[in-house]
Ligand binder design. Structure first.
Ligand code: AHR
Length: 502
C-alpha cells in the first residue's frame, strides 16, 4: 500500500506552544520518592535528587510540569509540605492509599525544576478545600514579600517569589473516585469563585478549569458546557484527560486511539465555542490536555490497588507500566493528534514522568532507563518547532472494532520560519505491511533530509526493562529519499517515524 501527503507552510494550523511538551509529577507511588528523589543513590546531588534522572528528564525535553497531583491533590494540604522538614507531618494519602512523608514539597520541587529547566504548573485542592486555601498558596507562591504568607516563604529560605503562572483549579472533579467529587453545577460555582479570587490577588495567572477525565464519562460534553457557563470569563483553559490501553487483544483498535483523541479535542472545542457564543465573549478558551498517555488501568485495579486500615506504605510500586513498541507507536500518534490541534491545544502534560506510567524508570540504588515511549516524546519535543501544518493526507484505511474505518497512516508536519527547518511525524497502523509514503515538499523550497528515525520492531511487544534497558530504540530510516520536491520513505508495519528537513 501507498500513501501521499503534501506539506505546505501556508497550511498552518497554528503556532506550537512549548507548553504542549509538558509533563506531570504526582506524589504517587515512586514518582517522587525513589524516582526523582533518592538521597543515598550514587548519583544523588547535595539535595538528594538523582542526577541520572535529571539528565534523562532534560534529554526528554519537557517544558511545564504539573504538580503535585492528580487525585493526590484533592486531599493535599500544601502547608504540610513547606517549612522545616523535621516538623512536616506524615499524612495518609487517601487517593493512593499511601503515606505522604512531605519530605519533598514546593521548595524542593521548585529547586528540582530549575535543574531540569522546566516551568512549574500548580494544582490547587478543590476537592476537600476551597478558595481560601487556594489564595493562601497563591500568596505564598507569588507575592514578593510584606504579607504573612510571603514572609513565611522567605523565612523558609526562598527570597524570590516562585512566580507560578499556570494553575489548575482542582483535578478531575467529574470523577466519582475524586475526593470531594461534585456535580458540574457545584464545581462550576466553586471554580468560578476560586478563579475570581485568585485573579484579584494576581491578575497574571493562567487558569485551567477541570474538563472531563475522559471522553467516555457519562457526563462528557454536558460537564464542559455547564462548567464553562459558570467560569467562561474567569479561566483560560479547560482540561482534557485521556488514557489508552490495548483491550481484549484488539491491537487494531488500540493503534487507532488517536482517532478518539482527535474526536475528544474537537468536541471540547465545539462545546467551548458554543458557550462562547451563548455568553457573548470575545475570548477563546484553549485546551490544557494535562493528562495523556497509554495506561493499563485494568492492571492497576486488578493487581496494584492497596487497601487495609493498617496498610499505608511509603512510595509503593504503583502504576509501573512497562511500555512496548506498540504502546510507543500509539503514544507517538497521540503526540501527532496534539500537534494537529496546535491552534487550540496550547498546553499538555504527559502523565507521568518517572516510574508511574512513565517514560523514565529507576531502580533504587540502581540504574535509570528510557522506556519505549521516551523516544517519540523526546524527538517530537526536539523537532516540532514553529508552527504545526495540516498535511493533505491520502491513505488507505482499515476497519477497527471500536472506531470503525480509520486511515492506516496518520501524520502532521511542522515548520519553523526562523530556522527554515521542517519536520514530519508519521504513524503506520498496519499490522501486516509496510506502507510507502510520498510527501510533496516542493512548497518548502530548497530542502534536504537531515534525519529520519523510526520506532518499529519485529516483536511489537518488545520492551525496555531493568535486565534489557536498551532492547527498544529508534533506528535510522534509510529508505528516506528526496528528489524534485518529492520525499519518499517506507513506514514499517506498526511504526512511528520522524523526518527532519532543513
Ligand atoms: O495519572 C494518574 C491519575 O490519573 C491521576 O492522579 C488522576 O488525575 C487520573 O485519574
Amino acid at each position: 500500500p501507498t500513501a501521499r501527503l503534501t506539506i505546505d507552510p501556508q497550511f498552518s494550523v497554528g503556532p506550537i506552544n512549548r507548553r504542549v511538551f509538558g509533563s506531570f509529577v504526582e506524589h504517587l507511588g515512586r514518582c517522587v520518592y525513589d524516582g526523582i528523589y533518592e538521597p543515598g543513590h550514587p548519583t544523588a546531588d547535595e539535595e538528594g535528587f538523582r542526577q541520572d534522572v535529571i539528565d534523562l528528564v532534560k534529554e526528554l525535553g519537557v517544558s511545564t510540569i504539573r504538580y503535585p497531583g492528580g487525585n493526590f491533590v484533592s486531599g493535599f494540604r500544601w502547608e504540610d509540605s513547606v517549612g522545616p522538614r523535621a516538623e512536616r507531618p506524615r499524612r495518609l494519602d487517601l487517593a493512593w492509599h499511601s503515606t505522604e512523608t512531605n519530605e519533598i514539597g514546593l521548595h524542593e520541587f521548585a529547586s528540582w525544576l530549575d535543574k531540569v529547566d522546566s516551568e512549574l504548573m500548580l494544582a490547587v485542592n478543590l476537592g476537600t478545600r476551597g478558595p481560601l486555601e487556594a489564595l493562601d498558596l497563591l500568596e505564598y507562591s507569588n507575592i514578593a514579600g510584606g504579607s504573612a504568607l510571603a514572609d513565611q516563604r522567605i523565612a523558609n529560605g526562598r527570597t524570590d517569589a516562585f512566580g507560578v503562572k499556570m494553575w489548575c483549579l482542582g483535578n478531575e472533579m467529574d470523577g466519582p473516585w475524586q475526593l470531594g467529587h461534585r456535580s458540574a453545577d457545584d464545581y462550576g460555582k466553586i471554580a468560578s469563585q476560586t478563579a475570581k479570587a485568585m485573579r484579584q490577588l494576581d491578575p497574571s495567572v493562567e487558569l485551567v478549569v477541570c474538563g472531563s477525565s475522559s471522553a467516555h464519562m457519562p457526563t462528557f460534553g454536558e460537564w464542559e458546557r455547564v462548567v464553562l457557563t459558570h467560569t467562561y470569563d474567569d479561566v483560560d483553559y479547560i482540561s482534557c484527560h485521556a488514557y489508552y490501553e490495548e483491550k481484549n487483544g484488539d491491537l487494531g483498535s488500540f493503534l487507532a486511539s488517536a482517532v478518539d483523541m482527535d474526536h475528544f479535542i474537537e468536541t471540547v472545542v465545539a462545546t467551548a465555542d458554543h458557550v462562547k457564543a451563548v455568553v457573548g465573549s470575545d475570548k477563546t478558551i484553549d485546551i490544557s490536555f494535562d493528562e495523556w498517555n497509554v495506561w493499563y488501568i485494568e492492571r492497576f485495579h486488578n493487581v496494584d490497588k492497596i487497601d487495609g486500615i493498617d496498610n499505608w506504605p511509603v512510595a509503593p510500586r504503583l502504576l509501573e507500566d512497562v511500555y512496548s513498541v506498540a504502546d510507543a507507536v500509539v503514544f507517538g500518534s497521540l503526540m501527532i493528534s496534539l500537534l494537529k490541534h496546535a491552534d487550540r491545544v496550547t498546553s499538555a502534560s504527559l502523565a507521568q514522568l518517572v516510574n508511574v506510567i512513565a517514560p523514565i524508570m529507576t531502580e533504587p540504588g540502581g540504574p535509570a532507563w528510557r522506556q519505549a515511549t521516551f523516544f517519540p516524546f523526546a524527538l517530537t519535543s526536539q523537532l516540532a518547532t514553529g508552527k504545526a501544518l495540516e498535511v493533505r493526507l491520502d491513505a488507505p484505511t482499515y476497519e477497527t472494532e471500536v472506531y470503525g474505518v480509520v486511515p492506516l497512516v496518520d501524520a502532521v508536519a511542522t515548520h519553523d520560519a526562523e530556522t527554515g527547518r521542517a519536520a514530519v511525524f508519521l504513524v503506520n497502523r498496519s499490522q501486516g505491511e509496510p506502507i510507502s509514503v510520498t510527501i510533496d515538499v516542493s512548497a518548502l523550497g530548497e530542502i534536504t533530509v537531515l534525519d529520519a528515525q523510526t520506532l518499529a520492531d519485529d516483536d511489537v511487544y518488545a520492551k525496555n526493562t531493568l535486565d534489557e534497558p536498551e532492547r527498544v530504540a529508534l533506528r535510522a530510516n534509510d529508505s528516506a529519499e528526496l528528489a524534485e520536491g518529492q520525499l519518499t520513505l517506507v513506514l514499517p508495519a506498526v511504526s512511528w517515524t520522524a523526518v527532519s528537513l532543513g
